[in-house]
Design a protein around this ligand. Structure first.
Ligand SMILES: NCCCC(=O)N[C@@H](Cc1c[nH]cn1)C(=O)O
Ligand SMILES: [Zn+2]
Ligand SMILES: [Zn+2]
Length: 464
């Protein structure tokens, strides 16, 4: 990239340890540095940049840490052109070479056309690809076909702390002229075939605490005479889902959108090599045997996952402890038209029911700690057509029209608060390993993705 334009390379961005998950001052400093570098890059491209102070974050242990600024940047304000707003994040998940990385996670390393490094695909690579696309128009001294806005945050991996309030506040300012919103923070469903994403599941995250007392017991001294909290908790967690993945909470499927023949056909049209998917996931057997069932259970049906138990003895060795208090954690991925507060009531009632049947003297407290709504878009919106055309131009193929089984809360927030059409245009391949060891982006995806975004601007200009 032309150095005059302030081009930063992906290698330089990956080298910044912008981990938002571990709440320690060193990573926060790195996050501030990351946001400053990105603001500078955008400024050099000619953008009007505001770095919004986001205040500080109170942590459960009482300490307070500053939240990195959110970047709001604007390029062009021609009223005859459409305005596309791109959202991305520059914070990353934790990464430690000792956890099984084959290369230093903060040194972008190319092996066989794959660029390994934390944040390479989630989400530094895609953010830079959008910036590179703008930079290409600048380098060619061509007018941008559309007005472009960027909203870039540094706390996505920590739950987008304080972002919703900012979007609400900027609804009639920064977002007032925005026509379309684009996010590139997920992956294709294949190694080589591009995709457009029009829906994500939501998530309701629960804790269930069972307490006898706030100290552990010796199982030789107390074992046999106690209602053990862990036994209660295992029974509670075991009551949630059966071995075929069916959720046992009464009423939970009541509001799930009915399945139509037309919808089934959309799954049939998607290219997914189930054997390759199973092998690359290193899973012996999935719960379902057909492509359609797999896709539907990832995208359009709820799922319940049990995540962990706080207070449990989880070290090697044979400690003879009875934990005095344990907290189980599980979540339910939500789909259209499930309602977060209805799910909260259903789960609480079910657990209270199961617990009361145990006649335990322990205390149980159920809390929903996170309630994120599912999101689904209208695939006939203009920007879906523009994205399809741009994919045809750059990749010479039709995209897979996909949904994502995970949750991108900002998509629903934009839809609800800004009331503009949102599209997800991923550029990473299915095996990029977001959040995992050896995260990567393929050089091909990064470069073709940059071309795709430039082509998207041109198509948007034509269709707007
Ligand atoms: N492919 C994009 C993944 C984004 C992601 O991992 N989102 C989180 C958000 C979340 C949901 N519940 C708690 N955090 C996810 O787990 O889906
Ligand atoms: Zn991400
Ligand atoms: Zn992520």
């Amino acid at each position: 990239m032309d150095p005059k334009l302030g081009g930063m390379t992906l290698k330089e961005w990956v080298a910044i340890e912008s981990d938002s998950v571990q709440p320690v001052p060193r990573f926060r400093q790195e996050l501030f540095r990351m946001m400053a570098v990105a603001a500078d890059t955008l400024q050099r491209l000619g953008a009007r940049v505001t770095s919004v102070d986001m205040g500080s974050q109170q942590l459960p242990d009482g300490q307070s840490l500053p939240i990195p600024p959110v970047i709001l940047a604007e390029l062009g304000n021609d009223p005859t052109k459409g305005t596309v707003c791109f959202y991305g994040h520059l914070d990353v998940q934790p990464a430690d070479q000792g956890d099984g990385w084959l290369t230093d996670p903060y040194v972008l390393t190319e092996v066989d056309g794959k660029l390994y490094g934390r944040g390479a695909t989630d989400n530094k690579g895609p953010v830079l690809a959008w910036i590179n696309a703008v930079s290409a128009f600048r380098a060619l001294e061509q007018d941008l076909p559309v007005n472009i806005k960027f909203i870039i945050e540094g706390m996505e991996e920590a739950g987008s702390v304080a972002l919703e309030e900012l979007v609400e506040k900027e609804k009639n300012r920064f977002f007032s002229g925005v026509d379309y919103i684009v996010i590139s923070d997920n992956l294709w469903i294949s190694q080589r075939k591009p995709a457009i994403t029009y829906g994500t599941r939501g998530n309701s995250y629960f804790t269930v605490e069972v307490k006898c007392r706030d100290q552990d017991f010796h199982s030789g001294t107390f074992g046999g005479i106690l209602h053990e909290p862990m036994a209660d908790l295992v029974a509670l967690l075991g009551s949630l889902v059966d071995s075929s993945g069916h959720i046992l909470v009464p009423g939970i499927y009541d509001e799930v959108a009915p399945l139509t023949e037309e919808e089934i056909n959309t799954y049939k049209a998607i290219h997914l090599d189930l054997e390759e998917y199973r092998n690359s996931s290193r899973v012996e057997k999935f719960l379902f045997d057909t492509k359609e069932e797999i896709l539907m259970h990832l995208w359009r049906y709820p799922s319940l996952s049990i995540h962990g138990i706080e207070g449990a003895f989880d070290e090697p060795g044979a400690k003879t402890v009875i934990p005095g208090q344990v907290i189980g954690k599980f979540s339910i991925r939500l789909v259209p038209h499930m309602n977060v507060s209805v799910v909260e009531k259903q789960v609480t009632r079910h657990l209270e029911d199961v617990f009361s049947k145990r006649n335990s003297s322990n205390k149980m407290v159920v809390s929903m700690t996170l309630g994120l709504h599912p999101w689904i878009a209208n695939i006939n919106d203009t920007q879906y057509l523009a994205a399809k055309r741009a994919i045809r131009t750059v990749f010479g193929t039709e995209p897979d029209m996909i949904r994502d089984g995970s949750t991108i809360p900002i998509a629903k927030m934009f839809q609800e608060i800004v009331h503009k059409s949102v599209v997800l245009i991923p550029l990473g391949a299915v095996d990029d390993g977001e959040h995992s060891q050896n995260e990567k982006i393929n050089r091909w995806n990064y470069i073709e993705g940059t071309k795709l975004f430039a082509a998207f601007f041109l198509e948007m200009a034509q269709l707007h």
